[in-house]
Design a protein around this ligand. Structure first.
Ligand code: B1M
Length: 235
């Protein structure tokens, strides 16, 4: 693909061609091209969220299919992930920019054994954009990290991310430990990640399964409002 791409001037492509080219460039792990294209779309008046979903997330979805099918391997996917992160880095301040008062606090981290963080980062960005304060614990978190952060930051919400079928059961370890310590009901527990579903979230004792970042924001607002109403009526 590189040879054909040498002569392509990104700024000369129309929007649809540029988005298509971004999918290709993400696939090829071309960080600088992704940065340039994100800036071009911003200059053309695209909303940051549309660039994120239509160009970056969709591009990563395509990468995921070929990774699954053994066409792409870890080193190549790492380059794609780096290119995606570079695009997200440009969009981040635009997505999190909000004059709104803080509506709540969330601690979020990827569970032990799992180093996938693109989806979690995106959730964090969207939550910040919606007025939440977000404490990001990063990747590969054992239960102690979550518990320490809950004690230190006293958030309303604990968010956990897992992208592997082998790591998602760890969410139950965290929830069960919270139950043992008698603190489970002090928090709203929200979980997400590509292999999860509603049934799994119920099984591990979470309050909500979040299919994507936008759903996470809506769900967080709803659950916090519900909690405030419950606390209000029990006074
Ligand atoms: Co990985 N990987 N990977 N990988 N990787 C998957 C997950 C996989 C499905 C690919 C495949 O086979 N099709 C597969 C898992 C299969 C399975 O478990 N059944 C897989 C595998 C096997 C592996 C390795 C084991 C490969 C190996 O080493 N042989 C290895 C594991 C490493 C480890 O964690 N211990 C590995 C490594 C990697 C890279 C390092 C190369 C890279 C990660 C880079 C990084 O994150 N910094 C990588 C990537 C990029 C992927 C895919 C291609 C893309 C993931 C992604 O970023 N998606 C992925 C394929 C796929 O998911 N289809 C794959 C884009 C992102 C925006 O979506 O993360 O789903 P997502 O997040 C969404 C929602 O899920 C939700 O909102 C997000 C935004 O809308 N969400 C939450 C996520 N977390 C949430 C938390 C919340 C709420 C919502 O809290 C409230």
């Amino acid at each position: 693909m590189a040879d054909e791409d040498e002569d392509i001037v990104l700024s000369e492509l129309d929007d649809a061609e540029l988005v298509q080219q971004m999918h290709d460039d993400l696939y090829d792990g071309l960080k600088e091209e992704i940065e340039e294209a994100v800036n071009i779309l911003l200059e053309r008046g695209w909303a940051p969220y549309d660039i994120l979903t239509q160009a970056l997330v969709e591009g990563m979805r395509i990468v995921g299919i070929d990774f699954r099918d053994g066409i792409l391997f870890v080193p190549e996917v790492l380059l794609s992930a780096n290119a995606m992160k570079a695009g997200m880095f440009i969009l981040r301040p635009l997505l999190v920019e909000t004059g709104a008062p803080k509506v709540g606090k969330m601690v979020i981290g990827t569970v032990k054994g799992d180093i996938h963080d693109i989806g979690k980062n995106l959730v964090g960005m969207m939550m910040e954009g919606a007025g939440f304060e977000v404490i990001d614990l990063g990747i590969n978190n054992p239960v102690e990290n979550y518990l320490d952060a809950l004690e230190e930051h006293k958030p309303e919400i604990l968010g956990m991310s897992a992208l592997l079928t082998t790591t998602m059961p760890y969410m139950k370890v965290v929830v069960d430990t919270m139950k043992e310590k008698g603190i489970r009901d002090d928090y709203i527990v929200m979980v997400g990640g590509a292999p999860l579903n509603e049934e799994f979230a119920d099984a591990v004792g979470a309050d909500a399964y979040c299919r994507d970042a936008a759903v996470t924001v809506e769900m967080a607002k709803e659950l916090i409002a519900r909690r405030h109403n419950q606390l209000g009526s029990s006074d």
